[in-house]
Design a protein around this ligand. Structure first.
Ligand code: UT7
Length: 333
């Protein structure tokens, strides 16, 4: 049997129209554009404001664009994995809802919750299905309505997050392209620093939990910040070393977009130039599972077949990791 690899063959994205600027945020909480730009590096983020819409609706738009760009029919899809921490509802899976809304009828689908590493973990899972040779078209979606769990009176959290979605297609290849290596790690002890206190089986929703604002993101920023820099750099350097890639061999580093200072510190530890690093945090904020595809889509015209690319994330769990791939296609201009 030939050595099958999984390769990304297309990217689609969606962000809602409404833009929440630092200027508007500074009228909602005691903050300033200068503080947010200096400490986090975010200028604006997109917010899904319509009632009756959820993460699935943004995921659907990203998948629509993906199918259009890759000239694929919904019935050709065999598996759809959705990474999200803001599912439409506790169950069924948002992936099932996306498939239903998209007319994806010949597939099975499920969600993965791995915090801000959700897209990376889902990509890893989808790759394994392709590598068996049994599956030919797998979609990975990352979609988040983070604004549904952000407390817009909490100035330490509300500037960080935004809403958005991205989707990629995975297909098999025997060429020397596609996903080559991965390092994925999690440590549940990190949950004390970043979690949602109520709404799960441990503490079901009640009048008290709502009154105590326990359905919003709880975050201790500083420990998360420190762990993120150390762990993202560690796995990214490890994956480069064990694949004999030096900084100059790397075309692109695609880091999770949580804080510009985390991105810069990680890139410095990896000895990268800023020109090798995809950064669009200023426009979207931290969209959790959607940050990586939002980067890949924006840089798609510049990505060349065979480019060495490293994706890296850190998030709630804690979860972190890095995936090394060779980009699969050139975009026709
Ligand atoms: O993907 C994983 C998700 N999360 C992350 O990656 C987040 C990681 N952590 C961070 O990005 C940073 O820790 C934050 C951006 C959350 C906070 O930045 P920081 O430099 O760690 O600030 P801090 O929490 O140490 O707060 C410094 C000061 C405090 O005031 P005092 O105690 O020094 O008087 C805060 O009350 O800044 C204050 N502060 C603010 N001031 C203006 C906190 N938030 C704000 C704000 N505007 N929005």
């Amino acid at each position: 049997m030939q050595n099958l690899k999984a390769v990304i063959t297309g990217v689609g994205v969606y962000v809602p129209d409404y833009i929440l600027t630092n200027e508007e945020l500074s009228r909602m909480v005691d903050t300033t554009d200068e503080w947010i730009m200096t400490r986090i590096g975010i200028k604006e983020r997109h917010i899904l404001r319509e009632t009756g819409k959820g993460s699935s609706d943004m995921g659907v738009e990203a998948v629509k664009q993906l199918l259009r760009k890759t000239n694929t029919k919904p019935e050709e899809i065999e598996l759809l994995i959705c990474a999200t921490v803001t599912p439409d509802m506790q169950f069924p899976a948002t992936a099932n809802i996306i498939c239903d809304k998209m007319g994806i009828k010949n597939a099975f689908s499920y969600d993965i919750n791995a915090g801000c590493s959700g897209f990376l973990y889902s990509l890893s899972t989808g790759v394994k299905f392709i590598e068996t040779g049994k599956y030919k078209k797998v979609i990975i979606v990352g979609t988040e309505r983070m604004s549904s769990i952000v407390d817009y009176t909490d100035r330490a959290v509300c500037p960080i997050f935004g809403d958005g979605a991205g989707a990629i297609m995975l297909e098999p290849t025997t060429e020397n392209i596609g996903i080559i290596d991965e390092i994925l790690i999690s440590d549940g002890a990190g949950r004390v620093h970043l979690h949602q206190k109520a709404g799960g089986s441990l503490k079901p929703a009640s009048f008290e939990t709502v009154a105590a604002k326990e359905h919003f993101i709880y975050q201790e920023g500083q420990p998360v910040f420190k762990w993120a820099i150390v762990k993202m750099a560690e796995v990214s350097i490890n994956i480069m070393e064990r694949n004999n890639i030096t900084a100059k061999d790397l075309a692109w580093f695609v880091p999770h977009q949580a804080n510009l200072r985390i991105i810069e510190a990680t890139a410095n530890r990896m000895n990268l130039n800023k020109s090798q690093v995809m950064i669009n945090i200023q426009k979207y904020g931290n969209t959790t599972s959607a940050t990586l595809p939002l980067c890949l889509e924006e840089w798609e015209p510049q990505l060349k077949k065979g480019d060495n690319v490293i994706l890296s994330t850190f998030g709630a769990g804690f979860t972190w990791g890095a995936i090394y791939l060779k980009w699969g296609y050139n975009t026709k201009s």
